[in-house]
Design a binder for this molecule. Structure first.
Ligand code: SF4
Length: 327
């Protein structure tokens, strides 16, 4: 049962579980890379990229609606289950995998406990993820329905690899009040079939993937196919190393690019920013409709800091209310 003193946010839990043991060596300094990055940034600026070049919060056309609450520090995650149908090398989930529901870092016995967590922490967007959340379809549907009982509007995005997303489940999710889907297409070797199916139910069917530097050619091809399919949004992340994925990230030959900041619990790999900027520039130049948003480790650092500041403010407000009631 949730208690008032359970002030453990998603980031706090991450701090607890992921901070230590990032076993990826620092990559050697590469002056050529710094020059290449600088040329990419200049080309993006000339091409009219939006957002902040310095903080690497960049987008080509529109900011995805599901990212606004998160960027404001009012977003959180609901992990439906740790179980998954895949085993991506970059996966940051805790291993061994556990089949439990965790909302905003708080373990819940029943999905119907989620609205209370969202209300208590003043949250406005929930990324429903896992593991693969569709491995527990009933739990997933109950969670979405429960969040829709809140007296205010909460944005709900489902993160999935699409392996178990049937037409029946898509239809039930639509009826339950889900806002949008975000597919991890890297997990499915860039197979867009589930995205095409989901577009029949959800206008906002998006794709969200880390940029894998060695797969940049496949990722550029994916950008063109998503644009042709009229997918509205592609979110790309800077590939990072954390405790749970660092051995496999190191096996791939990636080195760490150094910590992104105190509020962040993972480190970008050295080649990742350049690859992401290159994909962003490709999308800026070659697409007609697709909006591509780059959520970098620096962006995540900013989000984390904002989330921490909000929590401190909420705690101070609660203390003030308490002392006013007592006096
Ligand atoms: S699909 Fe997602 S949860 Fe599953 S292994 Fe890949 S990154 Fe991890």
């Amino acid at each position: 049962m949730l208690k008032e003193e359970d002030d453990l946010s998603w980031y706090a839990r991450k701090a607890d579980t992921l901070r230590k043991g990032i076993a990826v060596e620092r990559a050697e300094d590469d002056a050529d890379r710094a020059e290449r990055v600088s040329s990419l940034l200049e080309a993006l600026r000339r091409g009219g990229i939006k957002g902040s070049l310095e903080r690497r919060t960049l987008y080509t056309r529109h900011l995805p609606p599901g990212c606004r609450g998160c960027l404001g520090g009012k977003g959180t995650n609901a992990f439906v289950t740790g179980l998954c149908t895949r085993d991506c090398f970059f996966c940051f989930n805790q291993k061994p995998r556990t089949d439990e529901l965790v909302v905003h870092g708080i373990r819940l016995a029943e999905p119907e406990g989620a609205p209370e967590v969202v209300r208590r922490y003043g949250l406005r967007s929930v990324g429903v993820s896992g593991g693969e959340p569709t491995m527990r379809p009933e739990r997933l549907l109950r969670l979405v329905r429960a969040l829709r009982t809140l007296p205010f509007r909460v944005r709900i995005d489902l993160y999935t690899n699409g392996d178990r997303l049937s037409d029946a489940l898509l239809s039930q999710l639509k009826d339950a009040g889900l806002d949008a889907l975000r597919f991890n297409l890297v997990a499915r070797e860039f197979d867009t079939e589930p995205v095409e199916r989901a577009l029949r139910y959800f206008d906002e069917t998006a794709v969200e993937v880390p940029v894998i530097p060695e797969q940049l050619a496949e990722m550029k091809d994916m950008v063109l196919r998503l644009d042709a399919l009229r997918v509205p949004f592609l979110n790309i992340h800077e590939l990072f190393a954390c405790r749970e994925n660092s051995a496999r990230v190191a096996e791939k030959g990636y080195g760490s690019g150094g910590g992104a900041g105190d509020a962040l619990l993972w480190e970008p790999v050295a080649a990742a920013d350049e690859a992401a900027l290159s994909l962003l520039l490709f999308a800026l130049e070659k697409t007609a409709r697709l909006s591509v948003y780059y959520c970098s480790c620096r962006t995540q650092q900013d989000i984390s800091s904002r989330g921490m500041q909000r929590r401190l403010r909420l705690a101070a407000d609660a203390r003030r209310r308490d002392s006013a009631t007592r006096s």
